[in-house]
Design a protein around this ligand. Structure first.
Ligand SMILES: CC(=O)SCCNC(=O)CCNC(=O)[C@H](O)C(C)(C)COP(=O)(O)OP(=O)(O)OC[C@H]1O[C@@H](n2cnc3c(N)ncnc32)[C@H](O)[C@@H]1OP(=O)(O)O
Ligand SMILES: CC(=O)C(=O)O
Length: 523
């Protein structure tokens, strides 16, 4: 069995709050979808705005390996001529071989929204399709609000489909425009539609009831061949059917081909590219492609996966190009620690008492407010310390920070003084900084920098602060600081907790520096 994938990220996805594609963005996303091998890319509505029209002009000079570009628009306006309708003429100017036009199939919309007669709407559908076909286009017909229309006036909704069929549309797409349809009622409606029309059918579902993926998959299993949606579910209100999940469900669970052979492995990478260009963080819990889709945190789950991955995974992550992750936390057990350290201490057995010591230390610290799932380097230090592999590189004997306010433009607002001991040699240094943490960071590096010049390459790339019990303790609340550091080649994250934000930051900073020095010494 085969389903044709029709991606509308660049058209219906652009109707989502927060999205505004540039022409260049659209080209990059279209190229990524083409690489993946979707059949159709609905790339915009040329009658709507200059950007969409410009995309189609630029696209005339581009080659696509697999996908066909589709221009989208509405049927002609009421009581007008198709041959002079601005929207239909814009569809021609777009220059694509395929066009998709939407028309009304709900009687209520015809009489109350476009304010015309039921007969005129059927003529609008027929005229528009015939006109586009006479200009050499392949035409798909989106029957807007089809399921609501069917429930309101079944005969009329079917007549709208028949009008499109009679005019020569190549696919009749049943749209759940308002996203309120349930899968069971949809299946019954599709069965009836198939008795009344004989053209290929499509499904276009919105996610207002959280059903869009189910609707799309079930529609295919009931004989629909074209699946419209957006790659990550972006779209008006609650979004469109999420194609990345639909493709994986159909290919991996129901043996329905959607992509060229082998390309399903590129699903996760395509999702990351589409999210990045859309300027959204990829939702981590997205099925199949999200960053946490195969992340295991509960100790018993990690133990199960370690023994046999199918115990807590519905598919193997590599089938869709994703990765398994184990998260260390207070709900972890020994299996989690083993999974995390198997590359650095490969021969450790589950009954090794040091694993219990590590777990206890993590649970104690998380009780105090630490969080290790985002601080792998701090966790690794605990492991090395417990295994006796870590020898301290320096000792901080004392530090002081001095803040100045109000801060003056172009002048450092803080200073720090620090006293450290390295192999018995004491060193006192002072430094300025933009704020006390920055000053402390500078002073510490100055103090130990002459012993460990490698630290010149290290700098902080991210700094996150979370107040842990702000409501109860106000300004005396505990603070958790997460620091991300980099040496240009790799990045690592560390954590510190204290009632004092400077001390919490300093703890995370010390972990960061100790981690780098340990790694350097154990290459
Ligand atoms: C379910 C969907 O997602 S369908 C796609 C919806 N997408 C969009 O609306 C985005 C693009 N839209 C636009 O850029 C603008 O709405 C335009 C350029 C198309 C039209 O702008 P305007 O002429 O200012 O009209 P406006 O947006 O205020 O109203 C929509 C008009 O389209 C008409 N219309 C709506 N659906 C259809 C249809 N299927 N066929 C013909 N006309 C239609 C309405 O009757 C209304 O016309 P009226 O002003 O004569 O009553
Ligand atoms: C056509 C369309 O986008 C819809 O009916 O939702």
């Amino acid at each position: 069995m085969r389903a044709k994938i029709f991606d509308s990220t660049l058209r219906d996805g652009a109707q989502a709050e927060g999205i505004s594609f540039l022409v260049g963005d659209k080209i990059k996303i279209a190229k990524a979808l083409d690489e993946l091998g979707v059949d159709f890319i609905e790339a915009g509505n040329p009658g709507s705005n200059q950007k969409d029209m410009e995309f189609f002009h630029v696209a005339k000079g581009l080659t696509f390996k697999h996908s066909k570009l589709v221009a989208f628009g509405s049927t002609r306006r009421c009581n007008g001529e198709a041959s002079s309708d601005a929207n239909l003429l814009a569809l021609l100017e777009a220059g694509t071989d395929y066009v998709c036009i939407f028309g009304k199939s709900w009687d209520f919309h015809v009489t109350q929204i476009i304010n015309t007669t039921l007969e005129e709407n059927l003529l609008m559908i027929k005229d528009s399709i015939r006109f586009l076909i006479s200009k050499g286009k392949h035409v798909f017909f989106d029957a807007e609000h089809f399921f609501d229309g069917y429930k309101s006036n079944k005969e009329y909704a079917i007549k709208a489909l028949q009008a499109a069929e009679e005019a020569g549309a190549e696919c009749l797409v049943l749209c759940d425009t308002n996203g309120g349809t349930f899968p069971d009622e949809m299946v019954e409606i599709i069965k009836d539609v198939k008795k009344n029309v004989h053209t290929e059918l499509g499904i276009h579902a919105h996610n207002d009831s959280g059903m869009a993926i189910s609707l799309s998959v079930l529609a295919v299993l009931n004989g629909v061949t074209q699946v419209q949606g957006t790659f990550l579910g972006y779209g008006e209100r609650c979004g469109n059917a999420n194609l990345s999940a639909i493709i994986a469900n159909l290919e991996l669970k129901r043996n329905v081909k959607c992509l060229p052979d082998g390309n399903i492995k590129d699903l996760t990478n395509t999702a990351r590219v589409v999210a990045e260009i859309s300027n959204f963080k990829l939702l981590s819990t997205l099925p199949y492609v999200g960053e946490t889709a195969f992340a295991h945190k509960a100790g018993m789950h990690v133990d199960g996966v370690f023994k046999n991955s199918k115990s807590f995974e519905h598919i193997s992550p590599d089938l869709v190009g994703n990765e398994r992750k184990f998260l260390i936390s207070e709900v972890a057990g020994k299996a989690t620690v083993l999974a995390k350290i198997e590359k650095i201490y490969p021969n450790v057995e589950k009954n090794d008492p040091r694993l219990s010591m590590i777990i206890q230390r993590i649970k104690d610290l998380e009780y105090l407010g630490y969080q290790f799932e985002g601080a792998d380097a701090s966790f690794e230090l605990i492991v090395h310390k417990t295994f006796g592999a870590f020898k301290p590189f320096f000792e901080v004997l004392d530090f002081k920070t001095i803040g100045e306010g109000p801060s003056k433009a172009n002048l450092h607002s803080s200073a720090a003084i620090i006293k450290v001991s390295v192999e018995g040699i004491e060193e006192i240094t002072a430094a300025n900084g933009d704020g006390p943490v920055d000053a402390l960071n500078e002073a510490l590096r100055k103090a130990i920098g002459r012993f460990y010049p490698i630290l010149n390459m290290v700098h902080l790339s991210d700094y996150k602060v979370r107040i842990l019990d702000g409501k109860e303790s106000a300004t005396a609340a505990k603070t958790r600081v997460l620091i991300e550091s980099t040496d240009g080649a790799s990045t690592w994250s560390t954590v510190g907790v204290s009632k004092d934000i400077i001390e919490a930051s300093f703890k995370a900073l010390i972990d960061s520096i100790e981690y780098k020095l340990f790694k350097e010494n154990n290459k």
